[in-house]
Design a protein around this ligand. Structure first.
Ligand SMILES: Cc1cc2nc3c(=O)[nH]c(=O)nc-3n(C[C@H](O)[C@H](O)[C@H](O)COP(=O)(O)OP(=O)(O)OC[C@H]3O[C@@H](n4cnc5c(N)ncnc54)[C@H](O)[C@@H]3O)c2cc1C
Length: 387
């Protein structure tokens, strides 16, 4: 195509990253056509609201739908295969979509419990779509007096545990790691989260599920520490895997610091993408990071096709807030696995008596992230030092 001609863009996945990419392209007044193809039943949603608003009945399915973007067509369909040479995406229904630039933003799906046989009438729940929420609501219409096993003591597992405890259930929380979310929160804040979880749930850290059997209407979980527990419902929430099998790369799409995949005209953003830094794989499965990456990919497309300003390398400065049992645990930026952490200087007086604020620094002493436990607005101020 002649230089300076506006490219046509196809975005696979209309969630956080894909929608942000399309919106940024439209904002820049890109004249070429922009099409999103998305497989979410009922259309793209704000996934963060599944456990916080749809599950407790605060919002409806329609209210968690992502709003349309003017002049961006959203086609319902599931990508099945990719032809990188012709920049063509084949959908399950046989349609073939081709564009000058293709953005892979198909997100991630929950990791399943592999290698464990499950009796046919024991239903393992997960929380990824609005249909999953409905299934959970049907299975546990009244939480009071019920016992719920949540497998996975990470972000989703912790929020689910908090929800069911608040609703009156007894929660057995099973986590493989000895400390929850230690890789993201660091060695100071992760133990605080563990203490909080221990107070409010039947916490089994450093443990995995070895077998699941049925026990009347209940399920019996046998754990690797030799114990077993009977529960009314089982929710599997132990991480996610990239939803990128359709590209031929089920492990996710490696991108450079501009979100280019290395295949001409192909980009990736959000949970589908990963970067490699200092030989380590960096993924950020958070809403705001997915948006930031989608926008960055859009600016790279404008640079590559129309000579717009180079957006420079993408640097993760966004993060997440985890709200559980009345506390807020927050991270901004990243904890470099080869770096270290130190107590941060409070920019203002801590608002909460047991508040904590830590900084993550890389091998050169550069601040790459901050984490807070009930740190309040001080977190945002501390995060301004992230380079
Ligand atoms: C229950 C839950 C709660 C969460 N809470 C938080 C939170 O509080 N804060 C936070 O920061 N993060 C949270 N997250 C994580 C956050 O939702 C993700 O990080 C974010 O959605 C990633 O954005 P994405 O665009 O990569 O993927 P998504 O937003 O999932 O979008 C991917 C889209 O691609 C579509 N798709 C998948 N495969 C195909 C295909 N083959 N063809 C076409 N379309 C396809 C999907 O249907 C989906 O619409 C939560 C996640 C879950 C599951």
């Amino acid at each position: 195509m002649p230089e300076g001609t506006p490219p046509t863009v196809l975005v696979v996945g209309g969630g956080a990253a894909g929608r942000a990419c399309a919106q940024e392209l439209r904002r820049s007044r890109l004249a070429g056509s922009i099409q999103i193809v998305d497989a979410e039943p009922g259309g793209p949603i704000d996934r963060t609201l599944l456990d916080k608003a749809l599950l407790p009945g605060l919002l409806t399915r329609e209210q968690i739908a992502l709003p349309p973007i003017e002049e961006v067509a959203v086609t319902a369909g599931e990508a099945m295969a990719a032809d990188f040479d012709t920049r063509t995406v084949e959908l399950c229904d046989g349609r073939r979509l081709t564009a000058d630039a293709v953005v892979i933003a198909s997100g991630a799906v929950p990791r399943s419990l592999n290698g464990i046989s499950v009796p046919s009438h024991v239903r393992l729940h997960r929380l990824h779509t609005a249909d999953d929420v409905e299934a959970l609501q049907e299975s546990i219409p009244q939480a009071v007096g019920r016992r719920v096993a949540v497998i996975g003591a990470g972000f989703s597992g912790t929020e689910l545990a908090s929800h069911y405890v608040a609703a009156g259930a007894e929660v057995v929380l099973v986590g493989r790691s000895v400390l929850p979310l230690e890789a993201a929160l660091g060695t100071e804040i992760s133990p605080r989260l563990a203490a909080l979880l221990r107070e409010r749930t039947d916490l089994r850290l450093g443990t995995t599920v070895q077998a699941i059997a049925s026990c009347g209407a209940r399920a019996r979980l046998s754990l690797s520490d030799g114990s077993s527990v009977e529960v009314d419902a089982v929710i599997v929430a132990h991480g996610s895997v990239p939803a990128t099998a359709w590209t031929g790369s089920p492990e996710g799409i490696r991108v450079d610091d501009r979100l280019r995949t290395g295949e001409r005209g192909w980009y990736a953003a959000g949970s589908a993408a990963y970067m490699v830094s200092d030989g380590m794989r960096l993924t950020t499965d958070h809403w705001n990071a997915a948006i930031a990456q989608g926008e960055h990919a859009a600016r790279t497309i404008l640079h590559d096709f129309l000579g717009a300003e180079d957006p420079g390398p993408y640097r993760p400065t966004t993060g997440f807030n985890l709200r559980a049992f009345g506390s807020t645990i927050s991270v901004r930026g990243l904890r470099s696995p080869s770096g270290s952490e130190r107590a941060a200087v409070w920019p203002t007086e801590p608002a909460h008596p047991n508040a904590m604020l830590t900084e993550f620094v890389d091998a050169h002493g550069v601040v790459t992230g901050v984490a807070g436990f009930n740190a309040g607005p001080a977190l945002a101020q501390a995060a301004s030092s992230i380079v």
